[in-house]
Design a protein around this ligand. Sequence first.
Ligand code: PLP
Length: 426
Amino acid sequence: MKEYGNRTKEIHAGQEKADIGTGARAVPIYLTSSYVFNDAEYAADVFMMDKPGYIYTRLNNPTNEALEKRVAAIEGGSGCLTVSSGMAAISTALLTIVQSGDEIVSGNNLYGGTFTLFKNTFAKWGIKVHFVDSQDLNAFEEAINENTKAIYCESIGNPKLDVPDFEALSELAHKNNIPLVVDNTSAIGMVKPIDYGADVVVHSATKIIGGHGTALGGTIVESGKFDWTNGKFPEFTEPDESYHGLIYSERFPETALVEKARCQILRDLGLCSSPFNSFQLLQGLETMSLRVNQHCENALEVAKFLESHDAVSWVNYLGLENNPNHEQAKKYLKGKYGCVLGFGIKGGIEEGKKFIANVKLCSHLANICDAKTLVVHPGSTTHSGLTPEEQISTGVTPDFIRMSVGIENVEDIIADINQALQKAVK
Ligand SMILES: *Cc1c(COP(=O)(O)O)cnc(C)c1O
């Protein structure tokens, strides 16, 4: 698959031949919990991971595997694990790397759910996360100490909407012998963080990958290049007593993280994905690049329209040349700037609520990167669990409307926004 272009991989990777046995051309939904072993010896070999094979769908499944291979091919990784949601991908990836007593340095421009996981749940488990300004490299560097086991960032910070300096962050991580973990949910199909040194890439497959707002899912991709044997990660290099003394770095030199995550976290915490959801996500991937192009084209037009509108006080979209992060976005996203934009309505919170109450074509809901255009008021919904100071530091002002621009005809999206804006400020 390596030599093929992106659109070809999106359609074919993970299933290069029709289904053996039936000839089914689509990836079949293998909706089964378990698999019959041919004989006792084979069963023992599969359990020891001496032979490839399927045991139980919490650990592996052919439909999930097709999705894993496809996402790995798209991101240029050596392996991938699919799990039940984006949050499951983030927690599983990090819990495979860090233990109680370890620390993580993270950008502060995070998806609300990730912020809560890091600040509250990880803290309860003895994992400390330092939040630093997502654009301040020195702040990342200063927060690293001998307990730090990963640097974490989001490709297009949600909702601040900025792009990290992937190259500089991966350099900093590698200088400290730790991996760079990137949440590429909002920019898959636009940037491959692994090309810029990222070691682990996680996604909420619920968003661009699925693309139609139907199925939750998450994926964890690893580059295969990080040296887990550098002395900082003994769990990768010492026998796992819970798994027949398996040494992940030896048995899986290129996919140690994915297999450790599967054998430990997926086995023990059970955040596995349904083959039915994987099927939906595979369908989404087949048109991902086409959708991404249309999303980005529409979002830029909507951003320009909003910028020229009397009722709008500010617009935040990476594609606008006056955006402070535009040049960095241009470098990494190569002319695409994502489907999400933010804007403020003149007046503030009441006008914002009125705008949302009056949209007709746009849906009022908390999701992004759906084929349909979506709007939400983060201050009273997705980020309401944060303190006012935390809201400001993550980029959530009271007048802020977040819009995920869909792939409808852009003139219809703009007409809907226009009528709702007029009603809001009347
Ligand atoms: C939605 C989202 C998540 C969480 O994904 P779920 O599939 O809802 O669990 C994580 N990160 C980002 C950037 C997201 O947009």
